[in-house]
Design a protein around this ligand. Structure first.
Ligand SMILES: [Fe+2]
Ligand SMILES: [Fe+2]
Length: 267
């Protein structure tokens, strides 16, 4: 399959899971989801940012058929919906290194049995040059696991925040088209996954506020352009105030009730 270009030499290479209806055995997915991975081709090195859920690995690997070399696999997050296909990538590219936070390295080594020599660990604010493109790593613990980081592509002003600022929405649109629809998806996503970590979420929103960001390319749902334009519903969906806290609680209660209803009444 052909990768979808976001900017010059930056491509979406993920998988859309139209049929998934449950996440983590509890969270309903009425609109499916996507596992977004991105390929960044620099003048000297090539980096893959995140991978996809193992259930979609076959689809994902078809995007890499015509890619002869991957130097770095950036692992923003160790949860399997983004890291689960790293072993297939490492098998195809024996010289590729996994770039992760030290904690993420520990988790990936334990979960996926990746050997220590395949890792490069990065500290908060560290950069990695791909030649004419530079990746900057921003540690963002507890979004919603303790090992998480965000990746910022300086020259193209693209933020790859993995789960952060995502939404569970399966769509062929690369970018947000319907602000209302994405607000609802982002709010539900925030309520069900991020809300217990709201203090950390607000700290991380604060941490990125001075970055020049043209595109937010998360690992679930469509990308957004500009922090203050189509991204607004996403940011609003990830913000906590008195009013949004109540709507998050209502979303959460509905999710739990729906799950129990299914357990009790499904044959
Ligand atoms: Fe996650
Ligand atoms: Fe995720």
């Amino acid at each position: 399959m052909k990768a979808r270009q976001i900017k010059t030499n930056v491509y979406w290479v993920g998988a859309i899971d139209w049929d998934r209806r449950l996440f983590d055995a509890l969270i309903p997915l009425p609109d499916g989801t996507s596992y977004n991975a991105y390929l960044v081709r620099g003048s000297q090195k090539v980096a893959l940012i995140d991978t996809v859920d193992p259930s979609m690995a076959k689809t994902f690997m078809t995007y890499l058929e015509d890619i002869p070399v991957i130097d770095y696999v950036i692992a923003n997050h160790a949860e399997q919906d983004h890291s689960g296909s790293i072993p297939q990538v490492l098998a195809k590219y024996p010289d590729a290194k996994v770039v992760a936070t030290p904690k993420c390295q520990d988790m990936l080594a334990a979960l996926l049995l990746i050997s220590e020599d395949r890792f490069i660990t990065v500290s908060d604010g560290e950069t990695l040059s791909l030649g004419d493109k530079t990746l900057e790593f921003i540690h963002a613990p507890w979004v919603h696991w303790p090992e998480t980081m965000l990746t910022y592509l300086r020259e193209d002003k693209i933020l790859f925040p993995c789960d952060f600022l995502g939404s569970h929405l399966a769509t062929t649109d690369l970018y947000v088209r319907d602000g209302g629809q994405i607000y609802e998806a982002a709010k539900r996503y925030y309520a069900e996954i991020m809300m217990p970590f709201q203090t950390n979420i607000q700290k991380n929103l604060e941490k990125i506020k001075d970055y020049a960001i043209d595109i937010i390319a998360p690992s679930h749902g469509p990308c957004t352009i500009g922090l203050n334009l189509s991204c607004k519903p996403i940011i609003a969906g990830h913000s906590t105030n008195h009013k949004t806290l109540w709507s998050c609680l209502i979303f959460l209660c509905m999710a739990v009730l729906k799950k129990w209803w299914n357990i009790l009444w499904e044959p």
